[in-house]
Design a protein around this ligand. Sequence first.
Ligand code: HEM
Length: 230
Amino acid sequence: MSNKTGLLTSSIGKKILMGITGLFLISFLLVHCFINALIFFNDGGETFNKGAEFMGTNWLIRTMEIVLFIGIFAHIFLALKLTLDNRKARPIGYQLVNGTANSTWYSRWMGLLGTLILMFLIIHLAHFWVQSRFTDNLAHTREHIVGNQITMFDRMSIVFSELWIVVLYCLSMVSLAYHLLHGFQSAFQSLGLNHKKYSPLIKTTGVAFSILIPLIFASMPLVMHFGIIK
Ligand code: HEM
């Protein structure tokens, strides 16, 4: 019997933290998608570069970046801990349960989908974030270019000129969509926000978010690769 009641030690506490970090990451995705969508102005990246400059220089955003990375690590750590705890509590696993009747395939494969997203994230950070934070290769806007620097928009054009990267990004967005399809509602449930009256609204918003956001993200490498946005 477990007498642990702490947020980090009880399984309900861990689920609550998982829900909080999940909703925080969901709100990051919304902001990130909105800023990136500035490329659709199709003005050679001028508006997008200004947005990226604001994100890269504003002190509040820079502080939130640290919180974001803590949020990502916490989300992964809690997911691993909850999975291991569940295995310990139920060593036979789900063998006797007819999984397909009780749950969707993607709710049972959240760990795998999360791992695929993590692999995407590592490659993605190397493409853009490492370049902007740890090298002098990028200038905020065209007016600020020194020597052979390029802007973030130019960097995106170069990265997405490779077809295999475009395919990788699009497939990763499929993983993200399925991860969100379960995660969005699950986060609200873990936080006890599944009131009878609001559940249908949360469900509809969750499905719309899970499809639209990855779709908009996936469209970015595609439009840049095929020269629709340049
Ligand atoms: C597929 C379309 C996407 C594009 C074109 C894109 C583009 C970018 C760019 C240009 C940056 C660098 C920002 C800067 O340093 O100023 C960045 C950073 C980042 N991206 Fe993405 N991104 C996409 C999707 C995603 C997705 C789906 C996730 C999460 C699952 C994600 C997570 C991050 C994180 C954590 C950072 C670093 C933190 C930050 O700078 O805000 N990105 N992305």
